[in-house]
Write a protein that binds this ligand. Structure first.
Ligand SMILES: [Zn+2]
Ligand SMILES: [Zn+2]
Length: 200
């Protein structure tokens, strides 16, 4: 009997140790990434650990101060807030396993130097505070609390490639989009800065 009790106790102890080990190696559940010294920082909802990661910015050379971090939204003149209800839905019948969470941030008339930009936003998948590969072409839907003009155009900024910005200059790609009941929708798998501009 005493021996059986000993074995049971040993098993309990092993179980506790295994549980503790698993807890130490858990996948952190990061809250919102907020601007901080040295980049952006989030806190794990489960153990209170914090992680700081460098900004990942997108910008256009045609607007000064346009660089915005797709993770925390920080830019020269403030912070692009999260777009509530934003979603990206894979167009594949069997979607790939996507790492990270979808983050969309945007702001109305963010650039004093570019009045034709009525709204600017970033979309990206974020894993542990850094950019994650966007696996599938997706339908992106963004509920926006703005009035868009009849003749708006959605533009994706593709940054200058490599070291030679002369040979591979920035491109501004006109995107197909729909604007219905306050929801902007379009198709992409490209994390980037997107601008909604008036065309006149
Ligand atoms: Zn954690
Ligand atoms: Zn940031």
């Amino acid at each position: 009997m005493k021996k059986l009790l000993g074995i049971l106790l040993a098993l309990c102890l092993l179980g506790t140790l295994a549980f503790a080990a698993a807890e130490g190696a858990h996948e952190h559940v990061w809250g919102e990434w907020l601007p901080s010294d040295g980049g952006h920082t989030a806190e794990c909802a489960e153990d209170g650990d914090t992680l700081t990661v460098r900004h990942h910015t997108f910008s256009t050379g045609t607007i000064s101060g346009s660089a915005v971090c797709a993770m925390c939204g920080q830019y020269r003149d403030g912070v692009f807030p999260l777009i509530e209800g934003a979603e990206a839905v894979s167009q594949k019948a069997e979607p790939s396993t996507q790492r990270g969470i979808f983050v969309a941030r945007g702001m109305e008339t963010p650039y004093a130097d570019a009045e034709n930009v009525v709204y600017a936003f970033t979309v990206a998948y974020v894993h542990n505070g850094a950019l994650a590969t966007w696996k599938d072409v997706s339908t992106v839907s963004l509920p926006l609390d703005v009035e868009l003009p009849e003749n708006y155009q959605l533009i994706r900024i593709t940054p200058a490639a490599g070291d030679d910005s002369v040979q591979n200059p920035e491109r501004q790609i006109e995107m197909e989009s729909a604007w219905e009941d306050g929801v902007l929708s379009f198709t992409t798998k490209t994390p980037a800065l997107y601008l909604i501009v008036t065309t006149n």
